[in-house]
Design a protein around this ligand. Sequence first.
Ligand code: FAD
Length: 461
Amino acid sequence: DQKEYDFEVLVIGAGPGGYETAIKAAQSGKKTAIVEAGSFGGVCLNEGCIPTKTLIRTANLYTEIKEAADFAITGIQKEQVSVDMKRLQQRKETVVKTLVNGVQALLRGNKVTVINGRASFVDSHTITVDGKTYTSEYFIIATGSVTFMPPFIPLEGNTNVITSKEALELEDIPKSIAIIGGGVIGIEFAHVFSHLDTKVTVLELMDHILPMVDEEVSEMVKKRMEKQKVEFYTGAKVRKVKDDSVIYEYQGQERSSQADVVLMAVGRTANTEGLNAEAIGIEFDKKAIKTNEYMQTNIPHIYAIGDVNGKVMLAHTASHEGFAAVSHILSKPEQVHYDRIPSCIYLDPEVACIGMTEKAAREKGYDICVGKFPMMANGKSLVEGDTEGIVKVILDKELGEILGVHLYGKHVTDMIGEISVAMNLEASAEEVIGSIHPHPTISEAVPEAFMAAWYGRAINC
Ligand code: FAD
C-alpha cells in the first residue's frame, strides 16, 4: 500500500486495553496515536477496578480496626470508629488522579500522539474527532463497555436504581441496598456495603453466585458473607423495580425487597456509541464487535480488543488482546490463551481463580484428580487472624497438567500470578510441588494442595 497515512496505528479508547496497546505499538516502532473521549484509564481507572478497590480497602480496614482488641491492641473504642464517606471519596479521587496522570505521562514518554475527543469512522482508513480528520494504516478499537440495563427488568415509578458508577460516588452510606446480580461486581459491592453496616440483599438468577469460581469455593464465600449479614436469594428471578422495591420470584412465590438504593449489576455490554462502525461495514455479534483469534474484525486492518469485543471483560485481558493485535500487525502473531486468564474477587478473605472449575473439567470429560488444602492448616493464615479459605487444585490425572486452581484466603489475589506462570510454562504438578515456597506464607498452601491432588496427601494436613 503506497498511500500515506497520518499514523501507522491509531488506537480508539484509552482504557487499560487501549493505552497499553498504544504504548506497545509505539515501542515496536510504529507511528502511533490514541483518541480518548473521556478520562484516560477508561472504566478500569475511573469507575471500575481501582475505585472499587479503594472503597474495599477502607471497608476492610474499618472492620480490622474494630477487631483490634483481638490483636492485643488497646485504646480503640469500637463504637467511636466510623467511616467518613466524603473523605473516602476524596482519597479515591487522589488515587484515581495519580494513576490517570501516570497514564498520560507514559503515553507522552513513549511518543504516542494523544488526541482528545470522540472518534467516529468516516471510512475504513479515516476517522473524525471534533471535525478534524485523521487517517491510519491500522486501527485498534478499544472503546470498552457500559452497564447493561436489562430490558426485561422494567423500572416503574420513582425508582432508586443506580449502576456501579454511581455506587462508587455515594457521599452517604445507604442504610440498605438491594443488589441485582451476584457476579463479581455485585459481590464486591455487597462486601463493601455489608462492612460499612448497610443492610445488603443480593438477588441472583443462577443457583450460585460468582459463576467463574468453583462451586465449593463460592459456597464458602456465600456462607462467610451471610455471617456478615448479607441476605442472598439465589435462583431469584427479578421481575421489576417499582419505586423503592425490587419485585422478584423466589421459590415459586412473588416477593419484594425494599431498599434505599438498588444496584443494577447483571453485566456489561460493548460500547460502540457514536463510532459509526456498522456504517463502514464492521460486523457485530449482538452488541459486541466480532473478532478472530488475532483480534481482527472482518475488515483486516481494523482490530477490536478488550470489553468491546465481548470475549472476557477484564482489564488484564484487554491489554493482552491489544498485545496480540500489535504482534499480528508486526507479522509475529501471538494468541491470547483464554483458558489461562486469572480472575480475582476482592473480598476479605480474597478469591482468585484460573482455569476450569471441578464441575467444568468433569463435564468436558477430563479424568481428573482434585486436591484441597484448608487455610486452617496454614500457619500464616492463623497469624493473620483469619483461617477461612482453601486452595483447590484440579489436575489431569494422567499427565498432572494443571486444569484449574481456585484460591480463597488472605492476599490470594497477589498469589494467582504464580499459577498463571506455571500454566503458561505448562508446568506439571511435580514441578509446582518442587518449587520452594517461603515459610511462613499463605503461598505455602499452593504446593500443599498440589500434593493433596497428585500424591493423595499433603504434608501439613
Ligand atoms: P474501557 O476501560 O471501558 O475504556 C474504554 C475507553 O474508550 C473509555 O475511556 C472511553 O471514554 C473511550 N471511548 C469510548 N468510545 C470512544 C470513542 N468513540 N472515541 C474515543 N474514545 C472512546 N476488571 C479487572 O480486571 N479487575 C477488576 O478488579 C475489575 N473491577 C471492575 C469493577 C467495576 C465496578 C467495573 C465496572 C469493572 C471492573 N473491571 C475489572 C472490568 C474492567 O474495568 C474492564 O474490563 C476494562 O476497563 C476494559 O478495558 P477496555 O480498555 O476494554 O475499555
